[in-house]
Ligand binder design. Structure first.
Ligand SMILES: Nc1ncnc2c1ncn2[C@@H]1O[C@H](COP(=O)(O)OP(=O)(O)O)[C@@H](O)[C@H]1O
Ligand SMILES: [Mg+2]
Length: 324
C-alpha cells in the first residue's frame, strides 16, 4: 500500500545575495514496509527534500509541490510550522543523537514530552508506552534507560532512544537522515538491522538518506539517486546497482569498493556539483559527463526501463555505451 506520494517538489532557499534552488521538481512515493534509499553527494538536496515534506524548513524557504499521505492530498507547507498531517504519519531521526537530546533532562522526561505532545498517549499509559517502545528498539533494561541522562548512554544506545522516541508517535513513515554516519561500523550495522526489523515486522516505511551505497545494497528495496537537486535515477536496488542507467549513478558506483574486493582502483568523479543558485540549462550532470553531446543542453526527459527503473538522460540505450 502506498503511504506517501510526493509530486513536483521544489525548494528554494533565499539569502541576501542569492537564492539556492535546492530541490528541483522531485516526485517519488513510498510504500508500506519498504526501505527506500535517497543517495547522492553531499549538498545535492537530500535533507531539504525530507524537511520540506515534513514542513520543517525555515519560514524563509519557498516550497511548492504536493504530498499525499495515504491518499490525503495537500500542498507542501511553506511555513516553519510542522504540517499536522505529516506529523500524524511521519517521524524523523537525524545523524547525531547527542545533539538532538537535551543533556539536562532524563530520557524519561524527553521521551515523555514527545509522547504526550503527540496526543496519542495518555499520562496514565505513559510509563508503559515508554518501556514498550524502548523494548521495541531492543534496548535491554528499558526502565534503567529511562532514568538516565543522555551522557550516560553510548552513541548507539542514544540512536536507539531516538528511534524509540520517533516510534512513540506511532508513525507509518520513518525518515532517517544519515542515521548512522556518526556511529562506528559495528553499531551502524546493528542500527540498520533494527530498521530492517521494524520495516519487516511492523510494516514501517523508511526513507533512508545515506551516501553509503554499501548500506543501500544490503538494506534497501528501492533507491533514488539525487544530483544537483534532481532525482536522476530511481528503481529497485537490485536493478539500479546491477545495471545503473544514468552516467552519474555509474560514476557513483565506481567510487565504492566491491564487497568481494574485486574493484580496488576506485574512481573519483572529476569536477563539482553545479552552483544551485544559478539557472540550470539542460542536463545538470553534463559538465562532468563523459557522454556529453549536443542534446545535453536540453532538459532530459525521464526514460522508463523494464521493471520500472527510470532515469533522466539523453542516452537512448544506457547499456550501449561502455564505461569510459
Ligand atoms: N539554510 C540554507 N540556506 C541556503 N542554502 C542552504 C541552506 N541549507 C542548505 N542549503 C543548500 O541547499 C543545498 C541542499 O542541501 P542539503 O539538502 O542539506 O544537501 P544534502 O542533504 O544532500 O547534503 C546545498 O547546496 C546547501 O548548500
Ligand atoms: Mg543532508
Amino acid at each position: 500500500m502506498q503511504l506517501l506520494a510526493v509530486s513536483a517538489l521544489h525548494v528554494r532557499l533565499p539569502s541576501i545575495h542569492r537564492t539556492v534552488h535546492a530541490v528541483r521538481n522531485v516526485s517519488w512515493s513510498l510504500n508500506e514496509g519498504e526501505i527506500l534509499a535517497l543517495v547522492g553527494e553531499s549538498g545535492c538536496g537530500k535533507t531539504m527534500t525530507a524537511m520540506a515534506i515534513l514542513g520543517l524548513l525555515p519560514d524563509s524557504a519557498q516550497v511548492t509541490g504536493h504530498c499525499s499521505w495515504q491518499g490525503q492530498q495537500r500542498s507542501v507547507r511553506t511555513s516553519g510550522t510542522r504540517d499536522p498531517l505529516a506529523a500524524e504519519h511521519a517521524a524523523v531521526i537525524f545523524q547525531n543523537p547527542q545533539t538532538a537530546l537535551n543533556p539536562f533532562f532524563t530520557i524519561s522526561q524527553q521521551m515523555g514530552d514527545v509522547a504526550l505532545a503527540s496526543g496519542r498517549v495518555t499520562r496514565k499509559s505513559l510509563p508503559g508506552v515508554l518501556v514498550e517502545n524502548l523494548a521495541r528498539v531492543q534496548l535491554p533494561d528499558p526502565s534503567a534507560v529511562l532514568k538516565k541522562y543522555p551522557h550516560q548512554l553510548s552513541g548507539g544506545q542514544l540512536q536507539r532512544v531516538m528511534i524509540a522516541m520517533a516510534l512513540v508517535c506511532r508513525p507509518q513513515v520513518l525518515i532517517a537522515d544519515e542515521p548512522t554516519t556518526a556511529l562506528d561500523v559495528i553499531v551502524q550495522a546493528e542500527i540498520l538491522e533494527l530498521l530492517r526489523t521494524l520495516a519487516l515486522e511492523d510494516g514501517l516505511a523508511v526513507l533512508l538518506i545515506t551516501h553509503d551505497l554499501g548500506v543501500v545494497a544490503s538494506l534497501c528495496d528501492r533507491v533514488m539517486v539525487m544530483y544537483a537537486g534532481e532525482i536522476v535515477e530511481q528503481g529497485a536496488v537490485k536493478e539500479v546497482l546491477r545495471s545503473p542507467a544514468h552516467p552519474y549513478t555509474r560514476k557513483l558506483l565506481a567510487t565504492v569498493p566491491d564487497i568481494d574486493g574485486s574493484r580496488t582502483a576506485l574512481e573519483y568523479i572529476p569536477g563539482r556539483v553545479p552552483d544551485l543558485s544559478q539557472p540550470m540549462h539542460g542536463c545538470a550532470f553534463k559538465e562532468r559527463c563523459a557522454h556529453r553531446h549536443g542534446a545535453c543542453d536540453r532538459v532530459p526527459i525521464e526514460r522508463v526501463l523494464k521493471g520500472g527503473q527510470s532515469y533522466r538522460c539523453h542516452l537512448n540505450d544506457p547499456y550501449e555505451v561502455t564505461q569510459p
